[in-house]
Design a binder for this molecule. Structure first.
Ligand code: ZN
Length: 550
């Protein structure tokens, strides 16, 4: 106590009151059972209704999602009518619109759209509690599944709090210390330090951390299918996993999205308190960015298969809510284009579907087959072999010209083949600001038009928690209550540490060390470098008081 000055001591007394009124209140409210035991959120990144339509034609049968269409969702973000994945996922996960690239933190206020209500200054860059954190505090199990690196924008926003989606090493660190029960996807390189072949420059071995925490760690489909632990990470690729249609050719040891979803549900549903699971079909977006119809459609169908697994569980379980929605459209695909040789009123099913039927890999996979030998013969023969397109030298020369003018090779291939051989059109290589479809199923399913920020409240209501309370519990603004009483020590610049009243808390972890004791907290220590503010779980105050003998 000697080192603590009087003002800070008074603040500490105030904190005791806060701890005992606020810290325990959510636990009390959590005793009120919600209407729903489990929530599964499915996100096919970057698509809209047109991909669903083409996928149905391509499959030649109804999709699981067809019977679940139940509304529309506005997607704009805090500083643009057209959103990015990070801000969109933050809106879904935390219930607040935020700025471009922000993951689970409040928006900057100097770039807000004219239609946005004013944002209080202290909300800028402030971590925002998400529905996974709320569910976890209610004792539910949690899971995240994606086919991208699990540190990519969409999965990250359901577990992490970082102002820049590009800071994936930090995101991965937060993901590990967030104690999510089941994590499946790609990105193993971000677990390992560079001297073990990984990409981490902070020297941290997060795989060892996971194993020390008692997680099972698996890397192949066979290992996944044999998993028997309640806590498991499966990273099946050093970076992103393969596109669904490319898996058999390029990465046959990887599981499918539906296999990962099935195993996640099998594990999480053993929790009597229920669970929340986020499943992202990450690569529909990448197909749409490339304007590659086979990539988008086959990854969407793989996504639909994963939804089918969730729906079958919901039919048996009866206490589960499924919410499914793209985060935004990408590419703005149309059925019909300006180059089609017939009147649009004469478009046959075969005109639409047949050009896609011979495609065995994505345009990305096709560029790997073509390799660096960009002569017309090589391009034509690979288009014939892998895409079933009877292309000619004219097509190949168009592709080469587009590529020489600066387009990535797969973009050039898709643009040429779409125009010359399909009835499919595209508007952009970027995202599109239109509304996206809502699909929902099960207990208390929402129906109607929504804003993307509505769903965090819908999930919180369904589970019976209040996100504002969760925010209060997890993100105590240290600077507000203890100004001048703390330091962020950067002796090791790659691993800064917060020091407060004799306690030591590494940033982006859930660890507090004090008087030789180490405790795991139920939330992360989050630093906002732009505002130089630091946020800790209230539990930290409790442990500080405990170790002062109070
Ligand atoms: Zn997206």
């Amino acid at each position: 106590m000697k080192k603590v000055n009087v003002i800070c001591f008074l603040n500490l007394v105030i904190a005791i009151t806060i701890v005992f009124t606020c810290f325990f209140e959510p636990i009390v409210s959590a005793q009120i059972p919600g209407k729903v035991k489990n929530v599964i959120i499915f996100i096919p990144d970057g698509c809209s209704q047109s991909v669903q339509t083409l996928a149905r034609w391509y499959k030649g049968a109804p999709l699981t999602l067809d019977a679940m269409n139940s509304g529309t969702i506005a997607t704009f973000m805090a500083d643009s009518v057209i959103t990015d994945s990070a801000s969109a996922a933050t809106a879904f996960a935390c219930g607040m619109k935020t700025s471009d690239g922000f993951i689970g933190v409040g928006p900057r206020i100097d770039t807000l759209l004219s239609v946005m209500a004013p944002i209080p200054d202290q909300v800028q860059y402030m971590p925002l509690a998400n529905i996974l954190e709320g569910a976890k505090l209610m004792g539910k199990s949690t899971g995240i599944v994606s086919t991208s690196r699990v540190s990519h924008a969409t999965p990250a926003a359901f577990a992490c709090h970082v102002y820049n989606r590009g800071l994936e090493a930090e995101i991965m660190e937060q993901m590990v210390y967030e104690n999510v029960d089941v994590v499946f996807g790609g990105g193993k390189n971000l677990l390992l330090p560079s001297d073990q072949g990984g990409e981490r420059t902070d020297g941290e071995d997060l795989l060892k951390v996971l194993l020390d925490k008692g997680y099972q760690f698996v890397e192949t489909r066979d290992e996944l299918l044999r998993v028997n632990s309640a806590k498991v990470w499966g990273l099946f690729a050093s970076s992103h996993m393969q596109a669904d249609i490319d898996r058999s050719e390029f990465a046959p040891l990887e599981p499918s999205l539906s296999e990962m979803t099935s195993k996640a549900i099998e594990i999480l549903s053993k929790d009597q308190d229920g669970f929340i699971l986020i499943v992202e079909g990450s690569q529909v977006d990448w197909g749409d960015h490339a304007n590659d119809p086979i990539y988008a459609v086959t990854d969407f169908l793989a996504f639909d298969e994963a939804v089918k697994v969730g729906k079958a569980f919901t039919d048996k379980n009866g206490e589960t809510l499924i919410l499914a929605f793209p985060d935004h459209d990408t590419g703005s695909m149309s059925i019909g284009n300006n180059y089609f040789s017939k009147a649009y009123t004469a478009t046959s099913v075969e005109d639409l579907v047949n050009p896609l039927k011979g495609m065995k890999i994505t345009s990305t996979g096709l560029t790997m087959k073509i390799g660096s030998n960009l002569n017309a013969n090589n391009i034509v023969s690979n288009l014939q072999r892998w895409w079933g397109i009877m292309a000619n030298n004219n097509d190949a020369n168009q592709i080469i010209a587009l590529h020489n003018s600066g387009e990535p090779l797969n973009y050039a291939i898709c643009e040429t083949i779409n125009k010359n051989y399909t009835a499919i059109g595209w508007t952009t290589h970027g995202h599109n600001g239109i509304d996206v479809p809502l699909w929902s199923y099960g207990t208390s399913r929402p129906v109607g038009h929504f804003d993307n920020t509505d769903f965090a409240r819908i999930v919180a209501d369904a589970f019976g928690f209040d996100l504002a309370q969760i925010n209060f519990m997890l993100f105590f603004d240290v600077d507000k209550y203890f100004p001048g009483s703390y330091v962020i020590e950067k002796t090791d610049p790659a691993n800064p540490v917060l020091r407060l009243f004799g306690a030591e808390m590494p940033l982006s972890k859930n660890i507090i060390r004090i008087k030789g004791n180490t405790y795991e907290m139920e939330g992360l220590v989050v630093y906002a470098p732009v505002t130089n503010r630091i946020y800790i779980p209230y539990q930290a105050i409790y442990y500080i008081l405990l170790n002062m003998g109070m």
